[in-house]
Design a protein around this ligand. Structure first.
Ligand SMILES: Cc1cc2nc3c(=O)[nH]c(=O)nc-3n(C[C@H](O)[C@H](O)[C@H](O)COP(=O)(O)O)c2cc1C
Ligand SMILES: Nc1ncnc2c1ncn2[C@@H]1O[C@H](COP(=O)(O)OP(=O)(O)O)[C@@H](O)[C@H]1O
Length: 240
């Protein structure tokens, strides 16, 4: 159980144990774009915005509100949260011994042989290409807000996703896919920021608890914790 304040006595679990009910799940995808720059990071709740465009037609017909489900991000290998990430070597000065004239000659011969074989290190441009190609889909639970954010009185409709993970760096421009599994509540206006933050934090708990059930956990995650049952929800679209 959670120890977070729950003023409206909201339920922690949404939907039946067997899994999402029709019309869910919905799919949405796009590149992460900038939002309204209100510095939601300072609130501890950064939200990755997706364009609400013709590719995502369902979003135009869906009620505004707070939803939950799974997000997958195609993080490039250079992102610190990528499974492919390799920490850069330390910039501390390394004490190297000065090579003897024989060693210098050997090094020169090796370099010459490498050039003759057409080898040599990748250029910065080639490295960047490899980096983007090796990006790999990684799946996380998420909560999202669709609508006009009545607290801020927006005039355009937005789709904003808070991914339930701590990231070591931003991921603007990265491809994101969503499997929206259920509806949590309507958007609300608040008398103060604290009340908005408390409600969002409770939304995160609702998502964590609801998605932990095997009917709601995507198969593609495998077994993350010891003793956990494998998820039964088809999340193949998130990683293909
Ligand atoms: C789970 C969740 C629930 C939210 N609920 C509300 C809400 O009830 N009312 C509201 O005005 N905004 C709500 N928001 C939107 C926040 O106000 C929004 O993330 C904030 O305006 C930051 O916008 P920005 O990232 O574009 O700067 C919610 C956001 C999330 C992620
Ligand atoms: N857990 C997270 N969930 C969503 N976005 C995150 C998260 N951690 C870092 N970010 C990054 O923060 C950005 C959103 O920051 P935010 O302060 O809400 O600004 P804006 O909405 O104006 O783009 C996202 O686009 C993403 O790159």
């Amino acid at each position: 159980m959670t120890s977070l304040p729950n003023p409206d006595n909201r339920p922690l679990l949404i939907g039946p144990p067997a899994g999402p009910e029709a019309p869910f799940p919905f799919r949405m995808e796009g590149e992460v774009i900038s939002g309204f720059g209100r510095g939601s990071k300072e609130l501890g709740i950064p939200t990755a915005n997706l364009p609400v465009d013709d590719e995502n037609t369902w979003i135009k017909n869906i009620d505004s509100g707070i939803y939950f489900g799974w997000a997958s991000l195609k993080l490039p290998a250079s992102h610190p949260n990528s499974v492919l990430y390799q920490k850069p070597s330390t910039s501390e000065p390394v004490m190297e011994s000065i090579p003897t004239p024989e060693e210098q000659q050997e090094q020169q011969q090796q370099q010459q042989q490498q050039q003759e074989r057409g080898g040599g290190g990748e250029s910065a441009q080639e490295e960047k290409l490899i980096d983007q190609q090796t990006g790999q889909w990684q799946i996380y639970p998420m909560v999202m807000s669709i609508g006009y954010n009545p607290f801020y009185k927006n005039t355009v409709r937005s789709a904003e996703v808070h991914v339930l993970e701590n990231f070591g760096a931003d991921f603007y421009g990265v491809e994101m896919r969503l499997l929206v599994t259920g509806f949590i509540r309507n958007e609300k206006d608040y008398s103060g920021l604290e009340a908005l933050i408390a409600d969002i934090e409770f939304d995160c708990e609702v998502a964590r608890h609801s998605l932990a059930r095997k009917g709601w956990r995507v198969r593609e995650l495998g077994v993350v914790q010891e003793g956990e049952e494998k998820g039964e929800l088809d999340g193949s679209w998130l990683v293909r």
